[in-house]
Design a protein around this ligand. Structure first.
Ligand SMILES: [Zn+2]
Length: 433
């Protein structure tokens, strides 16, 4: 396995005068309203997936405002700035097959989507932002024909090498038309952990509606904004993550584009809380009881109530002080502190909390592609879990808290007997076992 990522521009957006300029979001991307209210400013931070190699340590890092705002009309939370995709996705190192939890989840997702769409063997399943083909492989296992779309050259090539047909690019009307013309109209379209990264949501949904086969289903998964707020998961905010979605704002958007959301599922354990929505062509399906129940819960949460978000922001700032105090106490006592999880969320946390390599010199990550690189901003050196076998580490800051059980197992296997510092929602120390 190589520790150096592939380089090079993988996508050129046409017709952009300044392809690398950020866009100020002054209209809600779901409903178009200008009534947007800022509620959590995480500062000007580097891009959370822009890992550095030795050579680039001496160069300045691109940074942009990372701040959340609420649409007072539809309840969609969204960032105040949309950074150019060309800055964010040209070197994408996240590989979805990395963890067993996610592999199992995707296998179940494929079965659920196939059932919802009533797909038969040989029908086409199209996965948008298919990464290394994890979900495509699950669909193939069900006897379906598969097509993936992904902008990252290295990941698309990896999927194709596994026989999982993948086109390189961002999802668009042109790709939807090409899929229908050259392959088939998909009976299933899936979008896992991509919709929240899309600036032009209406265009994305229009392209789905244009090629989805009659009777077919579109299934999407996104981190859920209710968990984001209730569990204090501010660290799942990063520049790629443009929107923090609820069911109601998306259902309203879909309806305006000719699709009905007819079912929803909630997964509290996936990525800190994930919702899955199923949509079909307008008029084809009746809304499920499960969908109605989740919408009722969302209304009770107060999706459009600014006070809910202000209270969340206050809790986040309190926790920032608590965790910083704990880190500085451990350091003053001469303890060695490393991090576990060199992921986007860890980078947001480290940078917003004003922590860096001085306090936490190394970050363990299970993705070998990241080993030898440095985290953006905080500049922790990334190593594999085996480094714990030889280093004397007293405490691990669990940045990837969403994989806590799996990480504890891996650390135990590597002989680690120190403590864990869990940062979210409230900083707390926990023993290794
Ligand atoms: Zn809105």
């Amino acid at each position: 396995m190589t520790a150096t990522p592939e380089r090079g521009l993988i996508y050129n957006q046409a017709n952009m005068a300044e392809p690398l300029a950020s866009r100020t979001v002054d209209r809600c991307r779901a409903c178009g309203s200008a009534r947007l209210r800022r509620y959590l400013d995480l500062g000007r931070t580097p891009l959370a997936n822009s890992y550095l190699d030795e050579k680039s340590l001496g160069e300045p890092e691109f940074a942009e405002e990372l701040c959340l705002q609420l649409c007072l009309d539809c309840g969609l939370s969204q960032l105040t700035k949309a950074v150019s995709p060309d800055r964010m996705f040209r070197r994408y190192l996240y590989v979805s097959s990395t963890t067993a939890t996610i592999r199992d989840h995707f296998a179940e997702f494929a079965r659920a989507a196939a059932a919802a769409a009533g797909a038969a063997k040989g029908d086409l399943a199209l996965d948008i932002a298919s990464n290394d083909g994890c979900l495509l492989a699950a669909f193939r296992g069900l006897g379906l024909d598969v097509l993936g779309v992904d902008p990252a050259e290295n990941l698309a090539a990896e999927a194709n090498a596994k026989g999982l047909r993948t086109w390189r690019g961002y999802w668009s009307a042109a790709l939807a038309e090409k899929a229908a013309r050259e392959v088939a109209r998909p009976k299933i379209i899936t979008a896992a952990n991509v919709f929240a990264h899309v600036d032009d949501m209406a265009g994305f949904v229009d392209a789905v509606a244009a090629c989805l086969a009659p009777g077919g289903a579109f299934a999407l998964e996104c981190p859920y904004v209710v968990d984001f707020v209730e569990k204090g998961e501010f660290d799942t905010a990063y520049h790629e993550h443009l929107s923090y979605v609820g069911i109601a704002p998306l259902a309203a958007l879909f309806e305006r584009r000719g699709l009905d959301v007819f079912d929803a599922e909630y997964f509290p354990e996936i990525h800190g809380g994930t919702i899955r929505l199923f949509a079909a062509r307008a008029g084809e399906r009746a809304p499920s009881a499960r969908l109605k129940g989740l919408l009722t819960r969302e209304e009770a949460f107060g999706l459009r109530d600014p006070e809910v978000y202000d209270a969340f922001a206050r809790r986040v700032l309190d926790n920032r002080e608590r965790l910083r105090a704990e880190v500085f106490r451990l350091r003053a006592a001469g303890r060695t502190l490393w991090a576990y999880g060199a992921s986007a969320k860890g980078n947001t946390l480290m940078n917003f909390f004003g922590l860096g390599a001085e306090q936490v010199p190394k970050a363990i990550d299970d993705n070998p592609r990241k080993w030898g690189l440095y985290t953006p901003g905080a500049r922790m050196k990334i190593v594999g879990v085996d480094a714990l076998k030889t280093a004397k580490v007293d405490c691990l800051l669990l940045l990837a808290w969403n994989f806590e059980a799996e990480i504890r197992r891996r650390c135990r296997a590597a002989g680690y007997a120190g403590e864990f510092l869990i940062p979210v929602p409230e900083a707390r120390l926990a023993a290794a076992n």
